[in-house]
Design a protein around this ligand. Structure first.
Ligand SMILES: Nc1nc2c(ncn2[C@@H]2O[C@H](COP(=O)(O)OP(=O)(O)OP(=O)(O)O)[C@@H](O)[C@H]2O)c(=O)[nH]1
Ligand SMILES: [Mg+2]
Length: 460
């Protein structure tokens, strides 16, 4: 979707991660890319795509050999970006890769910005915006599920669905606006009713897609799960059990954990950052006080809190303070140490919280009741039912909600079948179509694109 008439310049970047490796890849895109590579590698004048060249790469000024490697050329539009492009596969030394990149700059090539290759692919219609976003998702995927979703989105599964919505909305706008041409009092009542019915079906389909948002968000972003409680409640024991290894020190001495300890696990395909914190109490030592301060910061940042209480002792003043300090809607209460007794029960805890889970981290071989509840909180069963190859991101969700609101505004106008309601209906439908178009990258504001592509790495 080229909006700019300015001839693009030629960009280059190291596409492989920094550090040593088997190979490093330098990619170029733009009108000068073949020329620059030809000069650097002394390629034959008739060199072109479809062949792989093994060449020496030489420093332009001195002729010194910088490395040897494979050279590939791509002709517009059959490249990732849609432009003339080239790829150099060299030895995986960061020093050599940087020297070769600098040598290319001599031939009028410049360093690429983050995401600039993918942005060019988007501008040249090689990818729509949902596919460009999928490239980013795929690179950052932290679980198989996230990678699978990104692959489907890259294959344009989401794009096709949105294109279908776009086409249906465009037809609805045209048919609604056609009604404006009817002379007064001659509007057939069946027409707006038929349009309203089509709009209802479209609305249901949009809502169906919206229902995939919680899963899309979780699998992409994961969740930060923070373990809190009084000293000795069993927080570090829980971290170790969920992580499946002895990550944190466990001891009968209250105040063992002083700093926050993080461990990342995959939980049903969701990347979870588990955070063990210092036990919360009126801390006796300065070090422990700092730990308590950090624990409080973690409480604010958590997606979900697991608050551990000692089931074998009556509710203490510290525990009461804690219950008052955590947000019930983001907290799961655990009554641990049931092997030592039941001095308190779920019914003794404030009603504002969902029912507490009774368990013994020491004696229970199986934590599946806790894991089941944890999964329900992270990914509600309704979100799991909506399992589909597509799961939308936060950006998609926000824009789709705008489209849904606009359609909801248009519907009663059409259902009223009154002549003076047709124009407002058409205007609302145009708002909806604009929102769907924005998801696909049609008329997407420049600053939004900047924001999106700046999240890519250099070289992608
Ligand atoms: N009997 C019993 N002991 C437990 C249970 N869970 C943990 N413990 C013991 O309780 C003690 C404290 O456990 P930790 O996991 O270190 O507790 P913590 O909440 O991390 O404590 P701090 O780091 O001091 O805040 C250890 O001796 C654990 O073995 C349980 O279910 N039953
Ligand atoms: Mg601890």
């Amino acid at each position: 979707m080229s909006t700019s008439s300015v001839q693009p310049d030629t960009i280059a970047a190291i596409a492989t991660p920094p550090g040593e490796g088997g190979i490093a890849v330098i990619r170029l895109s733009g009108p000068q890319s073949w020329d620059a590579v030809r000069q650097l590698c002394r390629l034959p004048a008739d060199a072109g795509p479809g062949r792989v060249y093994f060449r020496r790469l030489r420093e332009p000024a001195t002729g010194e050999t910088l490395d040897e490697g494979l050279v590939l050329l791509f002709r517009t539009p059959r490249s990732y970006t849609g432009e003339d492009a080239a790829e150099l596969q060299i030895h995986g030394s960061p020093v050599v890769a940087r020297r070769i990149l600098s040598a290319l700059f001599v031939f009028g090539v410049r360093q690429a910005e983050p995401g600039e290759f993918t942005r060019r692919a988007f501008l040249n219609d090689k990818l729509n915006l949902t596919q460009a976003e999928a490239v980013l998702d795929l690179i950052h995927a932290r679980s198989e599920q996230a990678a699978r979703l990104a692959t489907a989105q890259l294959a344009n599964v989401l794009g096709q669905r949105l294109q279908d919505f776009y086409a249906r909305l465009a037809a609805l706008v045209a048919d609604t606006e056609a009604m404006l041409d009817f002379p007064d009092d001659e509007l057939p009542q069946s027409v707006p009713a038929e349009l309203a019915a089509r709009l209802q079906t479209l609305l249901a389909d949009l809502r169906h897609l919206l229902a995939t948002a919680p899963a899309g968000h979780r699998f992409r972003e994961g969740a930060r799960v923070v373990l809190v409680g009084c000293p000795n409640a069993g927080k570090s024991t829980l971290l170790n059990r969920l992580a499946g290894r002895d990550r944190a020190i466990v001891s009968p001495t209250p105040g063992t954990t002083r700093d926050t300890i993080e461990e990342t696990i995959l939980f049903h395909g969701i990347p979870l950052t588990l955070v063990d914190t210092a036990g919360l109490r009126d801390a006796p030592s300065a070090i422990e006080q700092e730990g308590v301060r950090r624990a409080r910061t973690e409480i604010d940042q958590a997606d979900l809190l697991l608050l551990l209480l000692d089931a074998s002792a009556p509710l203490s003043a510290d525990e009461q303070h804690l219950l008052a300090a955590v947000p019930p809607d983001r907290t799961l209460l655990l009554l641990n140490k049931t092997d030592l007794g039941h001095a308190k029960r779920p019914a003794d805890l404030p009603d504002a919280f969902p029912a507490a889970i009774e368990l013994s981290l020491l004696a229970d071989p199986d934590l599946s009741p806790l894991e089941g509840r944890l999964l329900d909180r992270l990914l509600p069963p309704t979100a799991r039912e909506a399992e589909s190859p597509v799961a939308i991101s936060l950006r998609h969700e926000q824009v789709l909600r705008r489209a849904v609101a606009a359609i909801e505004a248009a519907l009663p106008c059409l259902e009223a079948a009154a002549e003076d309601q047709i124009l407002p209906a058409a205007m609302s439908l145009r708002e909806a179509i604009e929102a769907i178009g924005q998801l696909l990258g049609r008329n997407t504001p420049e600053d939004l694109l900047d924001q999106m592509f700046s999240r890519f790495c250099v070289g992608k």
